[in-house]
Ligand binder design. Structure first.
Ligand code: ZN
Ligand code: ZN
Ligand code: FE
Length: 762
């Protein structure tokens, strides 16, 4: 006796090959009925004998495509209809308003073997893909996700590809970017001046030759261009640094496989999993040898990724044939702070003088998308940059509301759009310094609005009046809500973990505009009843020269000593500050208050500590000194430095005077490392002490940690540990960056939770 069931599957089940998988399970189990995309997932009606139905249900919920994620399966009994055959339907009538463009998927094992099969028609074909892998977000122009609405529209499938595309039993059934060498896109190599040099495998041979000879190749990848070169060749690396004007900033590498990664870095179990995950991010790993120090000078970790497109893999195969199997630097193809190059024309213009050869192709990139960067903490991939592979995946909020746009801040910008109970964080846009970044921002925003079919009613923005994101926000339609920078950081953690108020927040950060017009950056707050209150901070000090101090860290060190230990400065000034520019000018600036904004920034205190440890006086990229200081730490010291904590004006204030004093007193040959360790231990101790006191006052036992300083794994681990030991429930960012790349989520959450209130500060 046949039975019929209606099955609802929710989760990531659209655009990931889920329906074809259901079809195959149905055929295998003699099930009739249909499967379609519904408003909030996949809907199936299945009819068959009870045993077959059970096997089918079991298969649907356990054997699904790698990229799919099932949140819930619900099953209802309905009367059998006697229907014959099994069909894949498109979407429910009226279209599918909840569908979303899937994220790009890294090359799957099956396609990998197709590429290596010498007798197969896709041997060394760099655009091989299937329903389990390939480009998605980066090639989609509009919804629904169908070939005519992607940049594959101009490629007409050959009969063989079409047969795969139309066969529900085939791995390439409805694989929108399906292609082969006969009908699909092709690579081409161009000289530095744009002259065509070769096509197909020849083109890749030319690139391989350039790389082996020590040259730099610009490669049109998935979401933009990469610059690729031999990571083991010191002259090449030096040349790339000089051409990119990037003296110290780390470069990520791409290695052939996980075995090669293991030769360079120490890889713990979960790290291997993340490296090989479908998102295929750049993973921060500990260096094993000093051989690759020049990739990340002064740092103990650097970023490693595996080939995630067939183009990368074919390049590695061709290199290997020529006897080269070393790691490749694979860094974003852009000029300094500009967005990653997307088109051939952009690349030829911007990368002129940087690349010796260009490898381009005719499958246009529609949505620019940089590589993601993560580190592994407690078995989770915590993003430092959340972009390719993760975008446009959503983050579920605890409640539904009006659509909100979180505009982001200034550095590492992303924006966030909400729809119903989901929040969609954009790809990494970067620092909003350049006109080109503003254009990219607006381009990405209109794309995301179209994909989601929403027009935000509320615009949440940073309070900084001069941030480009704030100025853009002013021009957007919708009700504006200003969200304080550090509240937004903490709110991003609350959004991710669906935390219920009240919560105590500790934001340890570089810089954010405070409600008093000064620069905040080490803030303790209480979040309750939809608003926040500042309850503690680092004792402020002036930042002579403002932003200039971010790079000339000696200025900050000088200011800290002058503010907190004027007597000590008098004694040691000439010795400590010899070799830097005139400190008298800085002193005058501070005394007269000209261009010396007050700050409570923990990031700047790290700079001062790095200077006082003797490791460097200036930096060439943001947070360089702090990262180098972190890299000096080997173990947890027995006797950390100690902040003094005072109560002033109803606020707790962490006074770094004793910390600075102890640093000056530190002597001996391992002085730098000792300072690094004792300082690193002092910060978590201070956070624990402040939070404990605030908890006594407020009775709150839940703590959210955020802000750029929590990308420092030592600070994150020791702070979480310390607070947990004291009985707190501790939450930190896991799905969006703790830096300003995650702030848009917090802005959107804060504004949506508080849509009725104008001012979120109490
Ligand atoms: Zn595949
Ligand atoms: Zn074909
Ligand atoms: Fe920040």
């Amino acid at each position: 006796m046949k039975r019929r069931k209606k099955i609802f599957v929710s989760g990531i089940v659209q655009g990931v090959g889920f329906r074809p998988a259901v079809y195959r399970h149905a055929v295998e189990n003699r099930i009739s009925g249909w499967v379609i995309n519904g408003p909030s997932g996949v809907v199936i009606e299945a009819e068959g004998l009870p045993g077959d139905l059970n096997n089918f249900l079991e298969a649907v919920s356990s054997r699904f495509p790698a990229r799919a994620k099932i949140h819930r399966v619900t099953v209802e009994d309905i009367p059998p209809s006697g229907e014959q055959g099994f069909f894949i339907g498109k979407s429910l009538a009226g279209g599918d308003s909840r569908s979303i463009v899937p994220a790009d998927l890294c090359l799957c094992p099956d396609c990998r073997s197709d590429i290596s099969d010498k007798s197969g028609r896709r041997y060394l074909y760099p655009f091989t893909n299937c329903t389990n892998c390939g480009p998605r977000f980066t090639i989609v122009k509009k919804l629904p996700y169908d070939r005519p609405f992607t940049t594959m529209r101009d490629f007409k499938m050959c009969p063989e590809c079409l047969a795969e595309y139309e066969n529900p039993m085939d791995r390439r059934f409805h694989a929108q970017p399906n292609a082969c060498p006969r009908c699909g896109p092709e690579v081409e190599s161009l000289s530095a001046g744009g002259k065509p040099l070769g096509k197909g495998v020849d083109a890749l041979n030319i690139a391989a030759e350039t790389i082996i000879k020590g040259g730099i190749a610009a490669i049109q990848s998935l979401g933009g261009f990469h610059l690729a070169c031999d990571a083991a060749n010191p002259e090449t690396v030096a040349e790339l640094r000089s051409r990119k004007n990037r003296p110290h900033k780390p470069f990520a590498v791409m290695v052939r496989d996980i075995g090669s990664a293991g030769e360079l870095c120490r890889i713990a179990g979960p790290e291997a999993e993340v490296l090989g995950s479908v998102e295929a991010p750049i993973v921060m790993l500990k260096k094993k040898t000093a051989a690759f120090d020049r990739l990340a000078p002064g740092l103990k970790s650097f970023g490693v990724m595996l080939p995630y497109t067939p183009l990368h893999l074919v390049l590695f195969d061709i290199l290997k044939e020529r006897g080269f199997s070393g790691p490749l630097i694979m860094t974003s193809g852009n000029r300094s702070d500009e967005p990653i190059c997307r088109t051939k024309e952009e690349a030829l213009l911007s990368l002129q003088g940087i690349a010796d050869v260009f490898i381009v192709h005719d499958r246009p990139i529609h949505n620019r998308c940089d590589d993601s960067v993560v580190f592994v903490h407690e078995s989770k991939a915590v993003p430092v940059r959340r972009s390719r592979g993760y975008v446009p995946g959503s983050i579920r909020l605890s409640k539904s509301g009006k659509s909100v746009l979180g505009c982001g801040a200034y550095l590492k910008t992303t924006f966030c759009l909400t729809r119903g109970e989901e929040a969609f964080l954009s790809q990494h846009i970067g620092d909003l310094d350049e006109e080109a970044s503003h254009k990219f921002y607006l381009e990405a925003l209109s794309g995301m609005k179209a994909f989601l079919g929403v027009e935000p009613e509320i615009i949440a923005h940073d309070l900084h009046p001069d941030y480009p994101s704030t100025r853009m926000a002013a021009g957007f339609k919708g009700r504006k809500i200003g969200v304080q920078h550090h509240f937004a950081h903490i709110a991003s953690v609350m959004a991710e973990h669906q935390l219920q108020e009240p919560v105590l927040g500790a934001a340890l950060d570089g810089a954010g505009y405070g409600t008093d017009g000064t620069i905040w950056g080490c803030e303790f707050m209480e979040i309750s009843e939809g608003s926040w209150k500042r309850l503690g901070r680092l004792k402020p000090f002036p930042l002579p020269g403002g932003d200039a101090a971010v790079f000339e860290i000696w200025r900050t060190a000088f200011s800290c000593l002058k503010t907190f230990l004027p007597g000590e400065l008098e004694k040691s000034a000439s010795a400590l500050f010899s070799g830097v520019k005139n400190t008298a000018v800085i002193e005058k600036m501070m005394d007269s208050g000209i261009n010396s904004p007050l700050t409570s920034s923990m990031g700047r205190l790290f700079d001062a500590a790095a200077f006082l440890s003797g490791i460097r006086k200036e930096v060439s990229y943001e947070a360089q000194a702090a990262m180098e200081l972190e890299s000096l730490c080997r173990r947890r010291p027995a006797r950390p430095f100690k902040f003094a904590i005072h109560e002033t004006g109803g606020m707790l204030e962490a006074d770094p005077a004793p910390v600075l004093e102890a640093m000056l007193a530190e002597k001996g040959e391992n002085r730098s490392a000792a300072i690094a360790e004792k300082f690193h231990a002092s910060v978590p101790d201070m956070v624990c002490a402040v939070i404990s006191r605030l908890s006594k006052k407020t009775g709150i036992k839940t703590v959210a940690l955020s802000g750029g300083v929590f990308q420092n794994r030592i600070i994150l681990e020791w702070t979480s540990e310390g607070l947990s030991r004291r009985g707190f429930k501790v939450y930190a960012n896991e799905r969006v960056p703790a830096n300003d790349g995650g702030i848009a989520l917090g802005q959107a959450w804060a504004a949506s939770q508080n849509a009725g209130k104008k001012d979120l500060n109490r």
